[in-house]
Design a binder for this molecule. Structure first.
Ligand code: NAD
Length: 496
């Protein structure tokens, strides 16, 4: 089945597999460049209809879709759990958060984007100034597999609410989830304003050169660079939501037990395959031993297994990366207090707590994307901040402290910070989500996330003739002198 209007020209298919059992979950078309072009052409027509609906019509339509997803959320969560291997409860939580974002985007688009007056300034006081954020047209969304509903929904819902049509290329590991979203949209709204194209990286690459008006990419930094290079050929703007190496900082006034609990969940939830998951912890020396005791006690009780709280590693090739990071850490003097070397051929990686790992090792600097965490003792929070800020990535971050949370957060180089909680920022629809450095740029969620899929249109309307006519060849030397006087009077007075 395909949710594009045009029949696919390619007859090739691929399968998505249950990573825990290896069973086939579904068979999907490998959409060719021609299929992608057809989908974008359909989207272009749909965008006209969608834009003509206006804010109110789009809101009503998106509410219908929201209701349909909410009514069938168990079905979506079950499919997601099968395709990714994540526990059913986690899949349900992810679906719930995605619905919340869809609801927010639908109900706030008008307020954030509609034309509003802005002050014209003293020199242009005769003008009425206003700005409106207009839809770009067709947005191509390329998604990852780790949060295959929540993550792309951060682009899809906001792009749609802003008035764009969307062509979505889900990860090759989670094509069924993508098709489910497009099919329910069609069911709720009756038109393919949201379409899905499935396949491998080539299908995604075809989307970047198919003439879309923006690409919203979520995935690895390496692929993000390729997407950006492809988009550069046509000056197509991009949002890059890439990887992370998020740190959790524990101050000496922290609730240490809570911090340990958050660190473990942040590190091992979704088997550690979370862009804004906790991969490094820096702990004040005064509470280091206590923190480690709390963390180790909890981590020892957690087991990665079929049906457990920690599922399999979704992508087989990721196991090799996790193994390399752990082996390198151990070879360079690190110790595993929980877990240890990853066995050959493993699909389940056990929660792993590493200490004494050199700061320049892969386990501290590169994205591991497994249920592992390094814990490092620091003499004070200045050192913790310096180390936390010491990787090329800068996505999320976490601080545990009773009194210094805000002060520490404001010194962290990161797109988001959770204080005395973990990843909480992602679930708040009003907050922008995104990174800096190798974690990418641009924002999804919140007002910034709506504006990301628009372009501002500025209007200056003359209300009455200006006292000094500036933009005419009729301007006189006297008027220029008057202007000089006015500007000096306004901006040149006072002490140096
Ligand atoms: P990936 O980069 O391998 O693939 C992402 C998507 O890009 C897939 O749909 C893939 O088919 C497609 N793709 C591959 N090559 C392409 C190309 N040349 N042109 C266009 N598209 C192409 O990433 P992944 O393994 O699916 O996801 C895991 C990564 O995503 C991790 O690094 C994780 O941190 C990151 N991630 C980031 C966020 C965020 O919001 N910052 C959220 C979730 C995941």
């Amino acid at each position: 089945m395909t949710s594009t209007d045009a029949a696919p020209t390619s007859t090739q298919t691929f399968t998505s597999l249950d990573p825990a059992s290896g069973e086939v979950v579904g068979t999907h078309p490998i959409h060719s460049a021609a299929d992608v072009a057809a989908a974008v052409a359909t989207a272009r027509k749909q965008a006209e209809w969608w834009q003509a609906l206006g804010y109110d019509g789009r809101k009503k339509a998106l509410v219908r879709w929201r209701k349909l997803i909410a009514r069938r959320m168990e079905e979506l969560a079950a499919l997601m759990a099968r395709e990714t291997g994540k526990p059913a409860g986690d899949a349900l939580l992810e679906t719930a958060l995605a619905i919340d974002h869809l609801a927010w985007a639908a109900s706030h688009a008008e307020k954030v984007l509609k034309r509003r007056s802005v002050a014209p300034g003293l020199l242009m006081v005769n003008q009425a100034a206003s700005v409106e954020y207009r839809p770009l047209g067709v947005v191509g969304v390329i998604g990852p597999w780790n949060y295959p509903v929540f993550t792309p929904m951060g682009s899809i819902a906001y792009a749609l609410a802003a008035g764009n049509a969307v062509v979505f290329k889900p990860s090759e590991f989670t094509p069924g989830v993508g098709e489910w979203l497009a099919a329910t949209f069609r069911e709720a709204i009756g038109r393919p304003v949201l379409q899905v194209v499935t396949g491998y990286g080539e299908t995604g690459a075809a989307l970047t050169t198919a003439g879309v008006d923006k690409v919203a990419f979520t995935g690895s930094t390496a692929t993000g660079k390729r997407v950006m290079a492809a988009c550069a050929q046509t000056l197509t703007p991009v949002v890059i939501e890439a990887g992370g190496k998020d740190a959790l900082l524990v101050a000496d006034d922290a609730d240490v037990a809570e911090a340990a609990d958050a660190a473990l969940w942040g590190a091992a939830a979704n088997a550690g395959q979370t862009c804004a998951g906790v991969e490094r912890v820096y702990v004040h020396e005064r509470v280091y031993d206590q923190f480690l005791d709390e963390l180790v006690a909890r981590a020892e009780r957690l087991e990665a297994r079929p049906g457990g709280q920690v599922g399999p590693i979704t992508m087989p090739s990721q196991v090799e990366i996790i193994r390399r990071h752990v082996d390198d850490a151990l070879a360079r003097g690190g110790r595993a207090l929980v877990g240890g070397p990853v066995p050959e051929g493993a699909r389940f990686v056990q929660p792993t707590v590493l200490v004494d790992v050199p700061e320049d090792s892969a386990a501290v600097q590169e994205e591991t994307f497994g249920p592992t965490v390094t814990v490092t003792r620091v003499k004070d929070m200045d050192e913790a901040i310096e180390r936390a800020n010491g990787t090329r990535y800068a996505l999320g971050s976490t601080v545990f402290s009773k009194d210094q949370g805000m002060a520490i957060a404001q010194r962290l180089r990161a797109g988001m910070t959770a204080i005395n909680g973990v990843i909480s920022f992602a679930a708040i629809p009003t907050l922008p989500f995104g990174g800096v450095g190798d974690s990418g740029f641009g924002r999804i969620h919140g007002p910034d996330g709506l504006r990301e899929f628009t372009y501002p249109h500025a209007i200056a309307r003359q209300r009455f003739k200006p006292a000094i006519a500036l933009t005419t060849f009729r301007r006189t030397a006297k008027e220029e002198q008057q202007l000089t006087k006015v500007v000096r009077g306004l901006y040149g007075r006072g002490k140096r």
